[in-house]
Design a protein around this ligand. Sequence first.
Ligand code: CUA
Length: 337
Amino acid sequence: MRKRSIIQMTLVGVAVGAALALVALLIPWLPDAASEQAGIIDSVYWLVTVICVAIFAIVAGVAVYAVYKFRAPPDDLDDGSPIHGHTGLEIVWTLVPTALVTLIAVYSGVALAKAENLPEDDGHRVVHVTAEQFAWSYEYPDVELENGEPLRSGELVLPVDQPVEFLITSKDVLHSFWVPEWRMKQDAVRGVTTRTVVEPTKLGTFEVICTELCGLGHAIMRSQARVLSTADFEAWVAEQRRLAAEGGSVQGEALFTAQCASCHILEAAGSQGQVGPNLDEALQGADEEFVRESIVDPSASIAEGYEDVMPDNFGELFTDEQIDGLVEYLLESTGGG
Ligand code: CUA
């Protein structure tokens, strides 16, 4: 009877274990891997997962077996027999975890060094990332506009298959720069420049996420990363140059799309953001002064039902010319003026 029960228990354990292993293997737990670094980082996840699954299976198996095998019969009212330490067992359960933790530490260190390694010879691209409550902005130091300023953008646009070194900082509190599909994650710290390296390997649009609790707008602190073919990237850069040179509401529209569209509805731009007020309503018939104030000093007047989460440094981030263009574009689009 007892032997049969143990066989039954073992069969149930094997069946449940197999089912759980299938769940672990068949469900794609990790996001799409879209960078050269993703495979390296994922190998660390899987190493740790395999070690944890094996240890859990051994511990749970022994625990379940011991509960069954050494349980007291119903008529046994004795105290258990006294047990002293087992030196051999203690040495094993100290040495094995020490070896495993050392393995994980060394493997992770080597993986990170490999992921953040840039080939010495070829000219990689540098992108400055600036975090602030609650927005991301990007500067391309190697792309100079006609007015001598570097190209700045509210969306991150990159060519595929080229390594990028991100130099990251914050204007206020701690934030953290992360695109899940690229895996690499790095803190943004005020007064410090941190770095990370990503080589995007897939075309597409990805979400840049802030992963450090940074205040009221943390959950909405997102921007877009677009990975383009080299030709499309060059075309994008040329377009940004042209818009910057053209000025006026044309430049304003580009700035709106890059910087404002993710949070505001504006019919003229086809934007659907719901974080801030619907601009078709909020700016209807507004005068230039109100539109300008709403951009450079958004806290001055908060629309009812909305939080004070809009970045307040657009006046520093963008040139007067760009702000003029944005004001002009918004007035044109909402019938104010
Ligand atoms: Cu910025 Cu969370």
